[in-house]
Design a protein around this ligand. Sequence first.
Ligand code: PAF
Length: 296
Amino acid sequence: MRVAGSITELRQLRRDLQGSIGFVPTMGALHAGHLSLVEAARECDHVVVSIFVNPSQFAATEDLSKYPRDLPRDLDMLRTAGVDLVFTPTPEMMYPPGYQTWVDVEHVSQGLEGQRRPGHFRGVATVVAGLFNLVQPDFAYFGQKDAQQVAVIKQMARDLKFPLEIIVIPTMRESGGLAMSSRNVYLSPDERRAAGVISWALRAISTAWDDGEREPARLRELGLAVLVTEPSGQVEYLSFADPDTLRERQTASDDPCLVSLTVRFGATRLLDNMLLPASLNTREGLTSTLGVSPSG
Ligand code: PAF
């Protein structure tokens, strides 16, 4: 495995890679969820991973300086996982003095996380566009857990005509059902146990869907009824949206639906989601249903 610590090195090492390139952008603090993306990317001739805690996607009030970092451990994990090339730029390399170009994906960035974290998706779309230009992958792999991020990046890749395919890999879960996330390290043992309620709520909603319930207001009531059984969790939102536009669904429909929610445990915001019907939560279902299709 080669490690490129600068843009010049990355460009040189990338030039030596012939054949298809699978790319997994990360912010490090890797866990089994990231490794499932790497594993999927191994279908390509070469796997490139970036590790970069991107300052522009954190608001001033957020946890940029506290974000977990452990580069030696991350590199060991990636070496064992069979990665060919890791790119570890510094903020100064990605945003040199005088940097002034930003990628703003309009509508799909606005609701849900975009509404609660103004500027977040502008930071994500900008850094991912820069990384796509540097790495020039054929396939890029993202996790389902950040479903709105998938929709934003798919829209950005289509609008900016990146010649690549976005692949979406299902969320990996801990044994209690909690979606894996680098931020789970912030949870106390009690909070971690309590946070299992998020996946129970999703399961209850999915069961109701399977039983024929389609009314978003009714599905929301059912989900909230489960979430309130864990009073230490503060629900920020529970959304039922169209999975391509992320527009909130107002009326009953048999079309696939993205259920997503954010619940705060102590200082930690936890995100989770699932597609309805539940049979769509596979690589194929997620890749074709979440966000716009590549050709429009
Ligand atoms: O999902 C993440 O880890 C980040 O948002 C990403 C895509 C690496 C961009 O910084």
